[in-house]
Design a protein around this ligand. Structure first.
Ligand code: PFF
Length: 445
């Protein structure tokens, strides 16, 4: 086992890396469409409540376990479960690791589509019209080309290590993403039709609050958005100086993630209304079209119809999506890589190559069985994997883990009432709340 463990060099670097993991397609695509179809501001309101009450505590628990152990998620959960059974921790860690690979298997395919759509306007600008058309149209060949390209991009960063790879690239890409997003919002809000979208987004339709599915959707969205449940945030927490103030860090990460999701809503929903103003069909069965059709059909058609500037808008939009997706894949790739390096004595480059090949195989299995597997794996990860692991983190921090756990240290808790309150919240309230939501999901299936 290596003696010097790579780590984040600064708090800001850590926050940007973790925010990079959190801010992804879930924010820019998932959040706005969920909001639009679930009562606009009412969804935003429920989302905020669920995030504060459940998702941020789960993120805290995940990062805290990693930070205390200073090990990859398999080793960290083994340590935390020591008093009960190291094997329980080990298998839970491996279950999370499997979730990381499953999550990468669909996410990378979609990320590849984003990259192809980002290159398409570039090709158009330099006159390669045929290439531009090919890149903009979904095809098997494009999946076969762009999924590996995206995996290689992520692998190149992961191979450089935590500080020189993950931290450096997240610190570069996240500010660019923010500037591009603001630029796009400013541009779109000036287009005819945009105001109607802003109104739909911000005016809450509280009648939708009666629908219990709203809470379930908001919770699924919050867990996915904060990357909870596959160990990515745990491994990042482990690369932060031990005993760092995890509470403060979690609040910063949650605030950034929610801010970007909220801003993405201010971009996507008005954009759809601009498209409608130009005569495009953006509603189906009374709901805003939200799936792949929104991103890969309506938006490109809209950009095309914007005249000369459209090609630049498309370039910026899909570059933003590609960057958001890239920093999101880093944390889940780091989970198996750190495990192989620390527990199986692999060199970092060998581990990166092996994990990339496994992810590639998983992606290709989906590409070749797209109709049966793609939706199934997304549903599995979102509906089962993330909440089950979230629940497990609460149980570990609240009940299983005794030695070295500040939240279980009676002497410490006696001297700090706020810590005691927080410990009890994680111990009792969170697992009960999460179980209620989880059981409702199962019953609604
Ligand atoms: N948080 C990412 C998003 O919102 O797109 C998705 C994600 C990334 C989930 C990494 C899980 C993960 F480990």
């Amino acid at each position: 086992m290596s003696t010097t463990r790579d780590s984040f060099q600064s708090r800001l670097g850590f926050i940007l890396a973790a925010a990079g993991s959190a801010i992804g397609l879930g924010n820019i695509w998932g959040f706005p469409t969920q909001a639009a179809n679930n009562g606009g501001g009412a969804f935003v309101f429920v989302y905020l409540i669920v995030t504060v009450l459940l998702a941020l505590p789960a993120l805290y628990a995940e990062m805290y376990i990693g930070n205390q152990a200073q090990k990859n998620p398999v080793g960290a959960l083994q340590d935390a479960c020591e008093d009960v059974s190291r094997n329980l921790g080990k298998y839970a860690g491996l279950f999370g690791l499997l979730g990381a690979i499953l999550m990468l298997s669909f996410y990378t395919i979609v990320a590849g589509w984003m990259l192809a759509h980002a290159l398409s306007p570039l090709m158009e600008l330099i006159g390669f019209t045929d290439a531009a058309i090919w890149l903009g149209e979904s095809s098997h060949a494009r999946n076969l080309a762009f999924t590996p390209v995206f995996i290689i991009l992520g692998a190149l960063i992961i191979n450089q290590g935590v500080s020189k790879g993950i931290e450096r690239w997240s610190s570069r890409l996240m500010p660019i993403l923010f500037v591009l997003l603001i630029g796009l919002i400013i541009y779109i809000l000036q287009q005819p039709g945009a105001n109607e979208g802003v109104a739909m987004y911000l005016q809450p339709d509280f009648s939708q609050l009666q629908d219990p599915m709203l809470i379930i959707s908001a919770m699924g969205q919050a867990f996915f958005s904060l990357s909870i449940g596959v160990g990515g945030m745990m491994v990042y927490g482990s690369y932060m100086k031990k005993n760092a103030n995890m509470g403060q860090l979690v609040i910063s990460i949650g605030a950034l993630d929610t801010l970007i999701a909220f801003l993405a809503g201010l971009l996507i929903i008005p954009t759809l209304f601009v498209a409608q103003h130009l005569g495009l069909e953006v509603f189906a069965d009374g709901k805003l079209i939200g799936g792949p059709q929104l991103i890969f059909s309506i938006l490109p058609t809209l950009f095309d119809s914007m005249g000369d500037i459209g090609v630049y808008v498309a370039l910026v939009f899909f570059s933003l999506m590609s960057m958001a997706a890239l920093t999101s894949t880093l944390s889940s790739t780091e989970v198996p890589v750190a495990y192989l390096v620390e527990d199986k004595s692999y060199s970092r480059s060998k581990a990166t190559i092996l994990v990339s090949l496994i992810v590639l195989t998983a992606c290709m299995t989906i590409v070749y069985n797209f109709d049966s597997l793609f939706g199934l794996i997304i549903t599995w990860v979102n509906t089962f994997q993330l909440p089950i692991m979230g629940l497990f983190y609460f149980i570990v921090v609240g009940w299983i883990w005794k030695r070295g756990n500040q939240l279980a240290d009676q002497a410490l808790l006696a001297s700090k009432p706020s810590l005691k309150l927080w410990g009890n919240y994680l111990r009792y309230v969170c697992p009960i709340l999460l179980s209620i939501v989880f059981i409702s999901v199962i019953m609604a299936l």
